[in-house]
Design a protein around this ligand. Structure first.
Ligand code: NAP
Length: 274
């Protein structure tokens, strides 16, 4: 592929994203002079902004709420992006085609391997939310031996559509469904907790030994993760996933590995955690 001349994150909102700090650290460590910026773009303007950015030599990432829309805008997608129906990383290839990938899949898988080591068989996972991130989680857990999932959405039609896409899902249900209490792992793939201390589901509705995984990073840990840990749950937020999806995106754009420790340092610093 032709190397990008500009990099950006397209989303709404993006002002609190840690991706620019992380990628600018990787670019500096690799001796590249280009910058990674965050561009706030509404749903109405997404397609034309993406197109103009690509025409200007740009490549980048897509975040909430545009990942499924971005998938529709690509000429070619990787297997992961096709499974998710969502794109979080895009570039133009040597033939001028707009290409999309979904590095959230590997980001989530790597975070969970860091947390659990070898993935135990027959895990039951409750996924809260039915958007692009939920699809990435479901694509990753489809590789886990014997795993099954339930998808919980406030919009049952959207949860059912996500179920149809992923054979690992055994039921699409509401956020109030009692099946959440049977899950070994509960994953928040909604934005709840991004800008408030709201919990995506109350912790007394999950099993006492359930592992709590929040894809949200706030930039401090979310209240859901902190409160879960205080109750004795193993709990993790989305910072490690952010790092690993970013590493994979950099590899897509440049065909080389970034300096992962520089990226991690930049993330911790930007989040005020170092
Ligand atoms: P998305 O495609 O817009 O999907 C969001 C999902 O959450 C939808 O099902 C939506 O339901 C639901 N939702 C939104 N607000 C809700 C609320 N107040 N209560 C209950 N459900 C709600 O977004 P996404 O790309 O999947 O991202 C979801 C979250 O994951 C974001 O916070 C994002 O930052 C995070 N994320 C983190 C990483 C990471 O690397 N750590 C990677 C990817 C995503 P409706 O369909 O009814 O709107």
């Amino acid at each position: 592929m032709s190397k990008p001349e500009r990099l950006a994150l397209l989303g709404h909102p993006v002002s609190r994203s840690l991706s620019p700090a992380m990628h600018n650290a990787a670019l500096a460590a690799a001796g590249k002079s280009i910058k990674y910026e965050a561009i706030d773009v509404t749903i109405e303007d997404f397609e034309k902004t993406l197109s103009a950015f690509l025409d200007g030599g740009g490549a980048g990432n897509v975040t909430i709420p545009h990942k499924q829309h971005a998938f529709q805008c690509m000429d070619a997608c990787t297997g992961e992006a096709n499974k998710c129906g969502a794109v979080n990383t895009f570039w133009r290839d040597d033939y001028g085609r707009t290409c999309g990938h979904n590095t959230d899949v590997t980001g989530f898988a790597t975070m969970m391997t860091e947390l659990l080591g070898e993935i135990p068989p027959n895990l039951r996972i409750a996924v809260l939310g039915a958007g692009g991130a939920a699809s990435a989680v479901l694509t990753a857990i489809a590789e886990w031996p014997g795993a099954t999932a339930t998808v919980h959405g406030r919009d049952l039609a959207r949860a059912s559509a996500t179920r149809m896409r992923h054979s690992v899902v055994v039921k699409a249900a509401s956020m109030r469904d009692p099946l959440i209490a049977e899950a070994d792992i509960v994953v928040n793939a909604t934005p709840v907790g991004m800008s408030s201390d709201e919990h995506p589901v109350e912790l007394d509705r999950v099993a006492p030994n359930a592992i709590i995984v929040d894809l949200v990073y706030a930039p401090q840990e979310t209240a859901w993760v902190r409160d879960a840990r205080a109750r004795g749950h193993r709990a993790v937020d989305g910072l490690s996933m952010l790092l690993h999806q970013g590493v994979a995106a950099f590899e897509c754009w440049f065909g080389e590995e970034p300096d992962q420790s520089a990226m991690k340092q930049a993330l911790l610093q930007a989040a005020g955690r170092s």
